[in-house]
Ligand binder design. Structure first.
Ligand code: PAF
Length: 298
């Protein structure tokens, strides 16, 4: 890029507000909010573009939330790429990015915030399905805590979440339904998962994968395709789940779960039904990947 182009890009970036303090969000109340932890990719860009196309000013929050990571998870090494994130938000058409500090979000400290998160009454879909809730028992406490804080601060009229984290999406939808009056007329929009050309669902954690692990990571999308074919063929759920596991292990993936569930409750079902959801979590040498897809019966 030459000097002139640099200057034009600099001018362009200046038009997007960078907000660090919640008080400065007041003029943006009733915005469209896209909550993120940064390390943005094309999946996030599609959320922002969808929000922009719905017509409200879009605020993207960038906050790596410590309370949703358990001890030993990747909080400290979670990728932080603020400059690239800023550019992606600007290009996608965001009106502002909100980058609060940990101190601003949790003034009494992270330990106190963790203790507070543990007391939250979570929606049933955060505790009953035994999916992410079983693998990461404190995770949804932290997610509900931070998302509720972001909603309180931004007072959005709309919020956009990817289907890639399907249980998280369902948890947030139920939290918003339950809290009704707290975030007046807030609508939660579910946006489709964006995939790489090889089928791998886009995720900030994909950058942890070595080049030679990428081929095996395709096992997730292949197992999901298998679940979709099983649904069309009217296969038995247990047999379809066994086959999903077989596909995953063939790709050297260690399976946390590979299941087909009811779309609303995420509880086990006996037969495929409209919107049944196949959900997978599996590990490739320490890198944990999750994915899901709708698979309705024939
Ligand atoms: O999906 C994410 O990136 C995070 O869980 C969220 C919703 C931004 C809360 O920190």
């Amino acid at each position: 890029m030459n000097g002139g182009q640099e200057r034009i890009k600099g001018e362009y970036l200046r038009h997007m507000q960078i907000i660090e303090h919640a008080e400065s969000l007041a003029p943006l109340h009733a915005c469209a909010l896209v909550p993120t932890m940064g390390a943005l990719h094309a999946g996030h860009a599609s959320l922002i573009q969808r929000a922009v196309s719905d017509g409200r000013p879009v605020v993207v929050s960038l906050f790596v939330n410590p309370t949703q990571f358990a001890v030993g998870e990747d909080f400290s090494k979670y990728p932080r790429t603020l400059e690239a994130d800023r550019e992606l938000c600007q290009t996608a058409g965001a009106a502002a990015i909100f980058i609060p500090s940990v101190q601003a979000m949790y003034p009494r400290g992270v330990e106190a915030a963790n203790a507070e998160a543990a007391t939250l009454q979570l929606p049933l879909v955060a505790t009953q399905p035994k999916l992410e809730d079983a693998q990461r028992p404190t995770h949804f406490c932290g997610v509900c805590q931070v998302v509720a804080k972001l909603f309180d601060m931004c007072q959005p009229a709309a919020a956009y979440f990817g289907e890639k984290d399907f249980q998280q999406l369902r948890v947030i939808q139920d939290m918003v339904r339950r809290e009704g009056a707290r975030w007046k007329e807030l609508v939660v929009h579910a946006c489709p998962t964006i995939r790489e050309n090889d089928g791998l669902a886009m995720s900030s954690r994909n950058r942890y994968l070595q080049a030679n692990q990428r081929t095996n990571a395709q096992g997730l999308s292949r197992a999901l395709m298998f679940a979709q074919e099983s649904a069309r063929a009217g296969m038995d759920i247990v047999a379809a789940e066994n086959e999903m596991r077989r596909v995953l292990t063939q790709h050297q993936l260690e399976v946390d779960y590979a299941v087909i569930r009811a779309p609303e409750t995420l509880l086990p079902i006996e037969k495929f039904q409209p919107g049944s959801r196949a959900l997978i979590a599996a590990r490739l040498e320490g890198v944990r990947l999750i994915d899901n897809a709708s698979c309705s019966g024939a």
